[in-house]
Write a protein that binds this ligand. Structure first.
Ligand SMILES: CC(C)(COP(=O)(O)OP(=O)(O)OC[C@H]1O[C@@H](n2cnc3c(N)ncnc32)[C@H](O)[C@@H]1OP(=O)(O)O)[C@@H](O)C(=O)NCCC(=O)NCCS
Length: 162
């Protein structure tokens, strides 16, 4: 099986939508409204500030991520990303590959660090993966996320230098 990552095109939107729609509707991992319609999902994931990539497994889009500035001005040298893998492709290293790819793209663009602002503490697989890839939990936001099943749970700020 061949996994490749490339910039997203407009033609990828239906595949991207299939991946992000259930994840955002579930409301368990991203601090984003859960009731966005397709236009709202497009406005969010494909916003001009996001450089969007897709991961293809044997030619099929199975993952997507965006890369952007975490802040502007004096904070513009810190990147931010969001990643999602389709349920049927999880556990095969797609997110690991996307994250490593994003770290390279961020370095190329001159970013000096990457920060994740809101990694939900119950998202244990994601927390463990980011830690394996060099991110540290630099802060805990107490009960900053209202999880649909677990109620108010902590979120982590995760950071690594590039
Ligand atoms: C989190 C997510 C992106 C992981 O995608 P994935 O492609 O399945 O991840 P990978 O296959 O690259 O996993 C890599 C590692 O993380 C671990 N991992 C991934 N998901 C895990 C889980 N649910 N529980 C435990 N470990 C997990 C794997 O064991 C693997 O470890 P290894 O590389 O040492 O073998 C995916 O579950 C997803 O899209 N979730 C919904 C959106 C989300 O939470 N995004 C991240 C927000 S911070």
């Amino acid at each position: 099986m061949t996994l490749s990552i490339r910039p997203a095109t407009d033609a990828d939107w239906p595949s991207i939508l299939d991946i992000i729609k259930p994840v955002l509707a579930a409301g368990e991992t991203y601090a984003i409204d859960t009731n966005l319609d397709d236009a709202g999902l497009h406005a969010y994931w494909m916003m001009p500030a996001h450089k969007v990539f897709v991961a293809e497994l044997d030619g099929q889009v199975v993952g997507t991520y965006y890369l952007m500035h975490n802040q502007r001005g004096g904070g513009a040298h810190v990147a931010n990303c969001g990643y999602m893998t389709s349920p049927e492709a999880r556990g095969q290293g797609v997110a690991r590959t996307m994250c490593l790819h994003s770290l390279d793209r961020a370095r190329e663009r001159g970013f000096r660090a990457m920060q994740f602002n809101h990694v939900v503490s119950t998202n244990e697989g994601a927390v463990a993966l980011w830690q394996k890839l060099g991110f540290q939990i630099v802060g805990t936001l107490p009960q900053a996320f209202r999880h649909p099943l677990h109620g108010y749970v902590d979120s982590f700020v995760m950071f690594r230098a590039l």
